[in-house]
Design a protein around this ligand. Structure first.
Ligand code: ATP
Ligand code: MG
Length: 460
């Protein structure tokens, strides 16, 4: 049962919370002062606490509140404590978080927002309680396996699949939008497989000119063509006893699709200009962000090759469909990136978190990582704000531009997305490449967005 202890000396607020939170199915407990709160804390061992810092006998200062917070965190069943402060007590709020509070919330209480924060806190408790996959590590409530952070159901099943398929040699096709972690998953599979001692060799099928691709794959003999002054081994040979990662497989030209298919069927290659069959022992992982079944229909991809490659298909969902993972990932990147930079940034403001969870993330996890990196550099305070993340124009702090809190999430996302695309284009004087880089998305994604939102006359 999810037990929640609410500590507040104001009876009206307690009543408001009692009714306002009743429908959530939490086991609610109430306390009016520090002593009562600590007694109940030991008795019910709540998972989450909301703690008003201004407790009697000195409601105007927060000493009793802090005493309570410190005692709770010291206990051997520490809860996630959400501190509630007066509107002008920013300093206390920050101090509380530094002391170890999970989050803070400022009065007047907006029930909808508070509910979201409490729900998240419970959610993190659940994640901690569930036993993650065998080799998953837990750090600060984040389930992580080979660098892959993810606890939403779709990602959990991906992690389970990775565990299952790593030990064999079956080919794997990883699909998903740009920036969803396809390469990361390929690496994880290799690292978990018995081939981990061998090489992981990547060929980016979209980045190599068509006329060089065959030699890139299979190598060439000396004198095979003009300029082939010595024998060169191809990537397939280098991948022997390891894994060959065929990235952007959807970009592979038709004539090479045939050759790759033959190689997959027979596990032998011939260097360009050579006649000798060379046996290789590789495991194939391919990745694509194009819809291959559709490409097959359009005649751009061979069906037989598709079936060879996709014995196991791991589809990575876009970040906007991963629920709470956005927050976990943001915190993961913050920890990792501040670790590098020795900065004293403790987390995100509730407003920033609201933006993070309502944004559409066209560039997926790569875009999130870029935004957090940028925010760490720009952050003035100890918590990252929407401005730091680039969600609101510079110098607009306090102009009332908060995430829209009514209407559907989809509408809110679409609105914010359109606004950001337009303003990036204006800033970059209509330069699509620059604007997409600034937004952390690829150019094709940018074109999709322009089409989606009917943006034509950008600020040239
Ligand atoms: N679940 C995750 N947990 C932690 N980091 C992640 C996760 N997914 C992706 N990343 C990080 O996001 C970035 C983009 O991931 P990656 O390059 O694997 O995506 P991709 O799908 O291959 O993108 P593209 O289609 O553009 O090549 C990388 O820095 C990666 O480490
Ligand atoms: Mg990639």
């Amino acid at each position: 049962m999810s037990s929640l202890l609410i500590v507040d000396d104001n009876k009206d607020i307690l009543t408001q919370l009692k009714w306002g939170l009743a429908s959530e199915g939490w086991d609610l407990h109430f306390a009016h002062d520090a002593d009562e709160a600590l007694r109940m804390y030991d008795e019910v061992a709540p998972k989450v606490v909301t703690l008003d810092l201004g407790l009697p006998p000195e409601e105007d200062n927060s000493s009793e509140g802090f005493r309570c917070l410190v005692e709770m965190l010291k206990s051997n069943h520490p809860a996630r404590v959400i501190v509630i402060t007066g509107n002008d007590e920013r300093e206390n709020a920050l101090k509380a978080v530094q002391t170890g509070a999970y989050d803070f919330f400022r009065k007047p209480i907006d029930l909808d927002e508070l509910r979201v924060i409490i729900r998240r806190a419970f959610h993190l408790c659940d994640i901690e309680a569930e036993q993650p996959g065998e080799e998953a590590e837990e750090s600060n409530g984040v389930a992580e396996s080979h660098g892959i952070v993810g606890t939403c159901p779709a990602m959990r099943s991906i992690l389970t699949m990775i565990d299952r398929v790593s030990s064999s040699d079956v080919p794997i096709l990883i699909s998903g939008e740009s920036g969803t972690g396809k390469e990361l998953v390929a690496k994880a599979v290799h690292e978990k497989s018995p081939r981990r001692g061998g090489p992981l060799v990547t060929v980016n099928c979209g980045a190599i000119p068509e006329n060089l691709l065959e030699s890139e794959f299979f190598g060439h003999e000396k004198g095979a063509f003009t300029g082939a002054s010595s024998l060169v081994r191809g990537k397939v040979e280098y991948a022997d006893k390891g894994t060959l990662f065929l990235d952007e497989i959807g970009e592979l030209p038709m004539n090479l699709q045939v050759k790759i298919l033959r190689f997959l069927q027979e596990m032998v290659i011939q260097r360009v200009g050579g006649r000798k069959d060379i046996e290789v022992n590789v495991r194939i992982i391919a990745a694509t962000n194009v819809d291959l079944p559709q490409a097959i229909e359009e005649g751009a991809f061979r069906e037989d090759l598709y079936y060879r490659l996709s014995v196991v298909n791991l589809h990575l969902p876009p970040l906007r469909d991963r629920g709470e993972d956005v927050r976990l990932l943001a915190e993961h990147f913050l920890r990792r990136l501040t670790g590098d930079m020795h900065r004293e940034i403790t987390g995100f403001t509730p407003e920033a978190l609201a933006y993070l969870t309502s944004y559409d993330w066209p560039g997926n996890i790569r875009e999130l990582e870029n935004k957090v990196r940028r925010a760490i550099v720009l952050a003035g305070g100890s918590r990252i704000t929407p401005e730091d993340l680039g969600f609101v124009g510079h110098g607009t702090r306090g102009n009332g531009e908060t995430p829209p809190l009514s209407g559907t999430l989809r509408e809110a996302r679409a609105g914010l997305e359109k606004k950001m695309v337009k303003s990036a284009l204006t800033r970059c004087q209509g330069n699509i490449l620059k604007a997409s880089e600034e937004l952390g998305i690829s150019r094709p994604t940018m074109y999709d967005l322009l089409k989606k939102h009917g943006i034509e006359n950008w600020g040239k």
